[in-house]
Design a protein. Structure first.
Length: 546
């Protein structure tokens, strides 16, 4: 009898040991999965060129390797973007000199110039002043306040980064909602069960939350609509987001003889689309959260603050404007240079009339030149007018030292997203290598049947693919991967490449579903503790008509 029970006991110990080993292995994979992926993924891809060792297949190996690293973010995006500089020369796909040139193309320089102008605007707080005056002009009822916040965020995001535009507006929203709640008019938080509150990684309450409370629908609408406005506004101007710049650089790399891409054309085509999508989204969000067109609903009743509530909100906005004081010399100079930059971009080659560049030289001038001209003046012009008292009889008025410039190089170094410049360069290197190695032609041949579909279906499929992938990965990385493929499909289908590439590039900016989809979502969701499921639900419905 004893012998009969010995075997099962041994089996149980063996099973327990195996189970423990499996748990340890899974835990190790959970911790070190990025390292494992970095090593294993390229090994799995090697058969691609080992079985057919041609430049096109070697290029495909590098492209798939970078795509996997970008999507899974196993390495910093900027580090992955430097892979072409290593592998293309070593694998005989493209010379080092040619790869290097891709990292400082004209598009990259325009991006640098645009970012320096944006940094100057943020540094002098011009964007905050503009937003406060706009909100006061539109009105301070919850629905009008939401409309004003979204409008100004959209406009500002056309010229500065989506992340900066969102970060600028969130404190204004937070202060206004808290002021209304303190006066007993409106409600920012409501009681909630423990299960309804989003948790931080350590198990506590997520950042920005109020213990035992969850955000009201009005609060969620105010915060998250601002993030969406930043992403939508970034589509209106070519310097508004890295995705747009990636599209411009790839288009000019793949079709260098084309003159169809200009700053003016982009704005004329995309600003109307941006405005339509923005205000349709605002209406939808207000219907969903604020009871718009549902006057008897609980959401609509909760948002009736009356004239007293509007007066308090207006008082809060006026107070913030007063605290800023009158417009400074610094702000005035930056505003003037900003307007000049827009004018130079718009009228460089407006198509409907001769551009200013044609009157200066026959040499081709692109948008990077006016951007960097304005940047030069940002470093030259002083931030105050003390210099006019240099020869004043009053010794106290004479400046003791030279005035700082409108923007300093130290500030640019701190705020410039250098990694994004490498990300753009890596994408341009991929596109150049794809073209030179013949990989583009190989892909086009394989996708011939897909290219023969009606152009509308191809646009819909490519746009949906971009919009889906960008929910889980970097917008710029997704655009960099799919746009070269679409360019080849357009060549096979004998369609204008912009007809496929531009819609897909715009869809790569529609990263609204998750807090991790794009930084504006995370910035907006954290302070109000918006549950992720709420964000997903509202975007699933609204994406249908976008």
């Amino acid at each position: 009898m004893d012998a009969m029970y010995t075997v099962p006991n041994t089996n149980l110990k063996a099973f327990g040991f195996q189970q423990n080993t499996t748990m340890l292995l899974l835990n190790a994979l959970k911790i070190y999965w990025r390292t494992v992926f970095v090593i294993v993924y390229p090994i799995c891809l090697m058969p691609i060129f080992l079985t057919n060792n041609t430049p096109a297949m070697r290029c495909m190996f590098v492209v798939l390797l970078m795509s996997g690293y970008w999507v899974c973010e196993v390495l910093p995006l900027a580090v992955t973007s430097l892979i072409p500089m290593v592998l293309f020369p070593l694998m005989g796909v493209l010379d080092s000199d040619k790869v290097s040139l891709c990292y400082l193309k004209e598009t990259n320089m325009m991006f640098v110039g645009g970012l320096i102008i944006a940094i100057a605007i943020e540094h002098c707080n011009l964007h905050t002043r503009l937003s406060l005056y706009t909100i006061r002009l539109i009105g301070c009822s919850p629905k009008r306040l939401n409309l004003g916040l979204c409008s100004i965020t959209m406009f500002v995001s056309m010229w500065i980064s989506n992340t900066a535009a969102t970060a600028m507006m969130i404190p204004i929203i937070d202060a206004t909602l808290k002021a209304l709640e303190e006066q007993g008019i409106g409600q920012m938080w409501e009681k909630a069960d423990e299960s309804e509150l989003p948790k931080a990684e350590g198990g506590g309450l997520a950042m920005g939350g109020v213990e035992g409370k969850k955000p009201t629908k009005t609060t969620m609408c105010m915060f998250i609509s601002t993030a969406y406005a930043a992403s939508i506004g970034g589509c209106g101007c070519v310097i508004g987001s890295g995705t747009n710049m990636a599209f411009q650089g790839l288009f000019e790399t793949l079709f260098p003889e084309s003159t169809d891409f200009t700053f003016t054309k982009w704005m004329m085509f995309n600003v109307p689309i941006m405005i339509i999508i923005m205000y349709v989204s605002v209406v939808f969000l207000q219907v969903w959260f604020m009871g718009l067109f549902r006057p008897n609903s609980k959401d609509a009743i909760d948002n009736r603050v009356g004239k007293e509530g509007e007066a308090i909100a207006r008082k809060m906005i006026n107070q913030q404007i007063e605290e800023m004081g009158p417009m400074s010399f610094h702000e005035i100079c930056v505003a003037i240079l900003f307007v000049i930059a827009i004018g130079l971009w718009f009228f460089r080659s407006p198509q409907f009339m001769p551009g200013w560049a044609e009157f200066i030289t026959k040499t081709k001038i692109r948008d990077a030149t006016p951007a960097l001209v304005v940047c030069m003046f940002l470093f030259i012009l002083p931030a105050n007018y003390d210099f006019i008292y240099m020869f004043s009889k009053d010794e106290n008025k004479r400046p003791k030292q030279s005035a700082p410039s409108l923007v300093s190089w130290k500030l640019v170094q701190q705020r410039m997203p250098w990694g994004l410049i490498f990300l753009l360069g890596g994408g341009f290197a991929m596109a150049e290598a794809s073209k030179k190695s013949g990989m583009s032609s190989l892909i086009a041949e394989q996708l011939k049947d897909f290219a023969n579909l009606d152009i509308v279906y191809v646009m819909m499929i490519s746009g949906l693919m971009g919009a889906f992938l960008t929910q889980f990965s970097s917008n710029v990385a997704v655009a960099t991967v799919i746009l070269p493929v679409l360019s080849e499909i357009s060549v096979v289908a004998k369609k204008h490449p912009m007809s496929l590439m531009m819609p897909a590039a715009l869809c790569c900016s529609y990263a609204y579903c998750l807090p991790v989809s794009t930084p504006p979502n995370a910035i907006a969701a954290a302070p109000c503790n918006m549950p992720t499921i709420e964000m997903v639900k509202v975007r699933i419905f609204s994406n249908e008509f976008e």
